[in-house]
Design a binder for this molecule. Structure first.
Ligand code: NAD
Length: 516
């Protein structure tokens, strides 16, 4: 199979008038499709129930972007059946043929790029650039895993031979599993979690987050158009508490690939550990959970670069990234100077409806709105409000970019994931104290250090305990195939998405010896 080497898909910054024009046209086209109903797709069949999940536009919550059939337990059962049925033949496909379907899907995604971006703008309030970066990541995961899968054909090459025997070890897929995604990177994460499992021969039931039933309906459409056999990917829009937990506990679920909050991750991990009636395996569980990511800035740092990195990491997609900077840890001697620059930049950010391509759009939903409001209250009692702090008037879920200063490292605002545009600035005496502070949470996803001191950079390389560490750049925006992504501690099981070992997690090795 001859394929071009993997390269990251470029994303658009929409500086060219042509790109802007394309995006406006895509937004208009997508808007004209608002309000449609999307059935579940189970074994290739459309299944429509009376009960619906309604997905709205967070910039204008009275606008219905789309509705999806709200799956029942019977639908969940049927989806798992369909996945197992499809597994029987999909597992036998040649790896090249499975990879080829993924490459075809990536090509369709590329052709439908603007349209997919527009859905993200409307369904979850991403500005154009963030939407473009997500669709680029969706393509990256698909292209990267399609190629990586070819590496695993034939198993290991370096086992010893044994006299009088012919030995062979090879990988086989696990079976039918579950992929459950959050709403903040619906297309990229659901595609990555799904393609990773499916490309090596597994089949899945995809349970999207309730806010993103349209985005994932589009994803499912693309794989169908690419020629994936029915039942390999089953689209099951439903509630986490209904069909999600039902399938997590189900004795015929073989693996669970989950990305979401720590609270849900803990519940899933516990429930999946139980061996149910008739169950014949231990479920494999992959968890990618929350973060409380810190940027540490010492007195040798380039403060302008640090201020820019903080703004990009803290307020990109309104701080609703697992990798968002939510703790800014600054050495005392440069604290005031850096804060001044961060505050100045934060004030200049434009907050508006996502379709107008502002710096910041709305937070995603009513629950997010309530949560960010709550933490603004907590911040007022735990720190000094330096900028922002306000929920803007109107129906859309808009917040000002906010920084609270002099927050104690043990304060709630410094320990709990806010998942909104709120930064806790923490003052430390020196670099060593800063390093202790950044490591002092239950999470361990991303982090950054701004410093010009080589010895400190090397110390942080070893001791800053996060899955993705960055020096002198923002702490968000990992690229598939460049920075394998996944966190330590209660951030999860460190699956390292977009990394060379990711696919092995969805395989098991069979070792066969034949006496000659
Ligand atoms: P969430 O945990 O509320 O929901 C995630 C998914 O789980 C949804 O599809 C939901 O329907 C489903 N779900 C809820 N309860 C369930 C249950 N009992 N059983 C099975 N499924 C259930 O998270 P969210 O609010 O959608 O996403 C935000 C969170 O995701 C943040 O904590 C963020 O840090 C995290 N996240 C982590 C990463 C990462 O790579 N580590 C990436 C993106 C987001």
């Amino acid at each position: 199979m001859h394929v071009l080497p993997y390269v990251n898909e470029p994303y658009d910054t929409f500086t060219s008038p042509a790109a802007q024009e394309e995006m406006r046209a895509a937004l208009a086209e997508v808007r004209s499709q608002f309000g449609q109903t999307y059935p579940a797709v189970i074994g290739g069949k459309r299944v429509q129930r009376d009960a619906l999940i309604v997905s709205t536009n967070p910039s204008a919550p009275s606008e219905v972007v789309g509705k999806a059939s709200r799956a029942t337990r019977e639908d969940a059962e049927a989806a798992l059946d369909a996945a197992w049925k499809a597994f029987d033949s999909w597992k036998l496909w040649k790896q090249e043929d499975r990879s080829r379907v993924m490459l075809k899907a990536a090509a369709i995604m590329r052709r439908r790029k603007r349209e997919l971006e527009a859905w993200l703008v409307y369904e979850i309030g991403k500005n154009w650039v963030e939407a473009s970066a997500e669709v680029a990541e969706m393509i990256d995961f698909t292209e990267y895993y399609a190629r990586q899968a070819l590496r695993h054909v034939g198993g290991l090459g370096h086992l010893n031979a044994f006299p009088g025997e012919e030995n062979q070890s090879f990988y086989i897929p696990l079976g039918a599993g579950l992929t459950i995604a959050p709403w903040n990177f619906p297309m990229a994460l659901m595609t990555g979690m799904t393609v990773g499992a499916v490309v090596v021969g597994n089949t899945v039931v995809c349970k999207p987050a309730e806010d993103t039933v349209v985005a994932i309906a589009k994803m499912a459409e693309i794989f169908e158009e690419a020629g994936l056999p029915p039942g390999v990917i089953n689209y099951l829009p439903g509630l986490g508490s209904e069909v999600g937990s039902y399938l997590v506990e189900h004795p015929r679920t073989r693996f669970i690939n989950f990305t979401g909050s720590l609270a849900t991750g803990k519940r899933i991990n516990e429930a999946a550990a139980k061996v149910g009636e008739g169950q014949r395996w231990f479920k494999r569980v992959f968890l990618e959970l929350g973060g409380k990511d810190a940027i540490l800035v010492d007195e040798t740092a380039d403060l302008d670069a640090a201020a820019l990195g903080v703004i990009q990491s803290a307020y990109g997609y309104q701080g609703q990234k697992c990798s968002a900077c939510s703790r800014l840890v600054i050495v005392d001697s440069v604290y005031d100077r850096l804060i001044e620059r961060v505050v100045e930049r934060a004030k200049s950010l434009r907050v508006a409806a996502a379709e107008t391509n502002p710096d910041m759009g709305p937070v995603c939903n009513l629950a997010q709105d309530a949560k960010v409001r709550e933490y603004l209250g907590i911040g007022r009692s735990e720190g000094k409000l330096l900028v922002g702090g306000r929920r803007m008037d109107g129906d859309g879920f808009f917040f000002e970019p906010t920084v609270f200063g002099d927050v104690a490292p043990t304060a709630r605002l410094a320990q709990e994931e806010v998942f909104g545009p709120v930064v806790a600035a923490i003052r430390v005496k020196n670099f060593d104290e800063g390093l202790a502070v950044v490591n002092n949470t239950v999470y361990g996803l991303t982090g950054a250090l701004y410093s010009r001191d080589r010895a400190r950079i090397e110390l942080a390389r070893r001791e800053f305990h996060v899955g993705n560490l960055y020096f002198n750049r923002k702490c968000s925006g990992a690229l598939a195939g460049v920075q394998p992504f996944g966190g330590f501690n209660l951030t999860g099981t460190d699956t390292k998405t977009g990394g060379p070992d990711y696919l092995l997690q969805f395989l098991q090795m069979k070792s066969v010896a034949e006496r000659l």
